[in-house]
Design a protein around this ligand. Structure first.
Ligand SMILES: [Fe+2]
Length: 211
């Protein structure tokens, strides 16, 4: 797989931040760090590749504040620059259980684009990089790593209460999948993935200062 240099990706993020300032860039860097840390413990995974995938998974946010269309924007961004294979991570990271109805954000894209995403994930055979970024995205908040359950509740409370969206079975199945993926990687490395991440206990159960 053709990979961009890290410097180039960092420049994309810098430009992206200038166009759409927000916590997504810092979040992306933390996801990249976590992906690299976990990949370093798994023989079949390449640390640098995992790191780059973490950095670019939310690249679609460069286009501005958006909901689920950031998946397509990120995919197109990388494809236009010649990184079509890498571009998949911009889509797959959002669909651990391959169900477009499991996401709580709006589908702010055309019917054709939605159909494209649906077909894309239906036809995509997920590999360990897809699963790794799904996992790291899930336990990474804007500026810290936390217990997955905390992150899931935080997103649902912020989003569902504001938009009056009820919890759905596909969403709960998505949560279940995150927990399965966490077990999958923990089993692979022989200990809890949380042991590898800095300050998860403090961030999850800590004082007001850590929030
Ligand atoms: Fe993310």
């Amino acid at each position: 797989m053709k990979l961009p240099e890290i410097k180039l990706v960092e420049n994309w993020l810098k430009e992206g931040y200038n166009r759409n300032p927000g916590p997504w860039v810092n979040h992306s860097k933390l996801v990249a760090n976590a992906a690299q840390i976990i990949a370093s413990r798994i023989e079949d995974l390449n640390e640098k590749k995992a790191y780059i995938m973490g950095l670019i998974h939310d690249m679609g946010r460069f286009a501005g504040i958006a909901h689920e269309r950031h998946t397509i924007d990120g995919y197109n961004f990388l494809k236009e620059r010649g990184y079509e294979k890498l571009a998949r991570i911009c889509i797959t990271h959002c669909f651990p259980n391959k169900n477009i109805n499991a996401n709580i954000g709006f589908w702010d894209c055309s019917d054709g684009e939605l159909e494209f995403v649906k077909k894309f994930i239906d036809n995509c055979e997920y590999n360990d990089y897809d699963r790794l970024i799904q996992l790291c995205d899930c336990f990474t908040m804007e500026n810290k790593y936390v217990l997955i359950e905390k992150r899931l509740i935080d997103v649902v409370l912020r989003y569902n209460l504001k938009n009056q969206v009820p919890l759905s079975i596909p969403l709960l199945q998505k949560w279940q999948r995150y927990l399965e993926i966490k077990e999958y990687f923990s089993n692979m490395i022989g200990e809890s993935i949380y042991n590898l991440l800095p300050n998860v206990i403090e961030n999850t159960f800590g004082t007001i200062n850590s929030d």
